[in-house]
Design a protein around this ligand. Structure first.
Ligand SMILES: *Cc1c(COP(=O)(O)O)cnc(C)c1O
Length: 355
C-alpha cells in the first residue's frame, strides 16, 4: 500500500488489484466492486478530510440511526469508455443536485460540490481499467449517504458518512417486462419522500412488487396515491407512453423522481421532432388506447437499463398485450442516448464530462 495526498483527498491504494480475477463477460448487475472506495464523514457540523481507500466492510454501532430510522439516500450514475480509451461521465451535475435535494428532504447535510466532484473524478481515475470499452459496458457508480450517529432516539443524526462505490456492469437485460398497474399500494404520496432518492422508497416497494412477481409480473406501474387513476412510475424507473406518435410522461412532482434519463430522453425526442407532452396520463387512456389501437408503446427510463420496453400490462384482472413495434421510440431514443454517452455521436447538449 502507498499513501499520498492529492487535492485534499488522502489516498491509500491496494497492494494488489483484484481485477485479474474478475470475469467481465459474466457480471451480475451490482455484485462486483472495484478495488477502492471514496469515504467522507460529517461530524461536529462539518465535512472532514475525504479518503480513497481499499474497498472493505466497516464497523458501525448497532444503534446507528441508519439501521433504525432509515436515514439514507443514494444516487446511480455510470461511466463510459470511448474508442480512444477516455472515460466519460454523463451529466454528473444533475446527480449532485438531486443528491443534495434528497439530503435536504431527509434532514441530512448537503455535500459540497468540490468533495463530490473531486471524489468522483479521482476515484474513477484510479479505477479506469475497470471501465471496459464496448457498447453496453459501463462502470456503475453508487454515491450514497448514511446516518452513522448512534442512539435509538428518533431524531436526525449529527454524524453522516458519504461514500462512492463502483461496480463494473454489462448491458442490463431485463427480459420481457409485464407490469401490474397499482390499484391499492402506492410508492409515494403528496408531502412524502417520493421525489427523494431515499433508501426507504425502495424497501416500501419490495412487498407490492413481490405480490406482482407472484402473479407473473416483473414490475408495478405506480399510480397516484389519492385516486389510483394517474400513471406515475414503472418500478424504480420513470415511465413513458406513446399514443399514436406523441410521447407522454407524468410531470415531475412531489411523488415523482426527477430522472436524468427521463429529462435527457425528453430533450432528445424534442430534438428529433417527436411531440412530447409532460402531463398526467390516466389509466383510462391506456385502456381506450388498447381498444382503438392508438397505444403503441410503454417503457421505463432510468440509468441502469436506459430504457426498458414493457410488453403488456394488467389492470382490474385483465391483461393487455401491447403491439410489437418495428421502429419503436424506446429503441430509437435509447440508441441516440447511448451513442452520446459512448461518444459515438456528437454531444450537442454538452452532457458528457471527461475524467
Ligand atoms: C433513480 C430513479 C429513477 C431514474 O432516475 P435516473 O436519474 O434516470 O437514473 C426513476 N424513478 C425512481 C423512483 C428512481 O429512484
Amino acid at each position: 500500500m502507498s499513501v499520498k495526498t492529492t487535492n485534499e483527498i488522502d489516498i491509500v491504494k491496494v497492494a494488489q488489484s483484484k481485477i485479474a480475477s474478475v470475469d467481465f463477460d459474466n457480471l451480475a448487475f451490482g455484485a462486483t466492486f472495484t478495488d477502492h472506495m471514496f469515504v467522507c464523514d460529517f461530524r461536529e457540523g462539518k465535512w472532514h478530510k475525504p479518503q480513497i481507500k481499499p474497498y472493505e466492510p466497516f464497523l458501525l454501532d448497532p444503534s446507528a440511526k441508519v439501521f433504525h430510522y432509515g436515514q439514507a439516500i443514494f444516487e446511480g450514475m455510470k461511466a463510459y469508455k470511448d474508442e480512444a480509451g477516455d472515460v466519460w461521465l454523463f451529466r454528473p451535475d444533475q446527480n449532485l443536485d438531486r443528491l443534495n435535494k434528497s439530503a435536504v428532504r431527509m434532514a441530512m447535510p448537503e455535500i459540497p460540490e468540490d468533495i463530490f466532484m473531486s471524489g468522483l473524478h479521482q476515484l474513477i481515475d484510479l479505477e479506469r481499467e475497470w471501465v471496459k470499452f464496448g457498447l453496453g459496458n459501463t462502470l456503475y457508480i453508487r454515491p450514497f449517504m448514511i446516518a452513522i450517529g448512534s442512539g435509538v432516539v428518533a431524531a436526525p443524526s449529527t454524524q453522516f458518512r458519504f461514500m462512492i462505490i463502483l461496480s463494473p456492469a454489462k448491458a442490463y437485460y431485463s427480459g420481457e417486462v409485464k407490469v401490474l398497474i397499482a390499484e391499492h399500494y402506492s410508492r409515494a404520496a403528496n408531502g412524502g419522500i417520493g421525489a427523494a432518492k431515499a433508501a426507504g422508497n425502495y424497501s416500501a416497494q419490495f412487498y407490492p412488487t413481490k405480490l406482482a412477481n407472484e402473479k407473473g409480473f416483473q414490475q408495478v406501474i405506480w399510480t397516484d396515491d389519492a385516486t389510483h387513476t394517474k400513471l406515475e412510475e414503472a418500478g424504480t424507473m420513470n415511465v413513458f407512453f406513446r399514443i399514436n406518435d406523441t410521447l407522454l410522461t407524468a410531470p415531475t412532482s412531489e411523488r415523482i423522481l426527477d430522472g436524468v434519463t427521463r429529462k435527457s430522453l425528453i430533450a432528445l425526442a424534442k430534438r428529433e421532432g417527436i411531440k412530447v407532452e409532460e402531463r398526467s396520463v390516466l389509466v383510462s387512456e391506456l385502456i381506450e388506447g388498447m381498444k382503438d389501437g392508438s397505444l403503441k408503446e410503454i417503457f421505463g427510463a432510468g440509468t441502469a437499463a436506459v430504457v426498458n420496453p414493457i410488453v403488456g400490462f394488467s389492470y382490474q384482472d385483465t391483461y393487455y398485450e401491447l403491439p410489437k413495434m418495428a421502429d419503436s421510440f424506446a429503441l430509437q431514443l435509447k440508441d441516440k442516448l447511448t451513442k452520446i454517452q459512448y461518444k459515438l455521436a456528437e454531444d450537442t447538449f454538452g452532457w458528457t464530462v471527461k475524467i
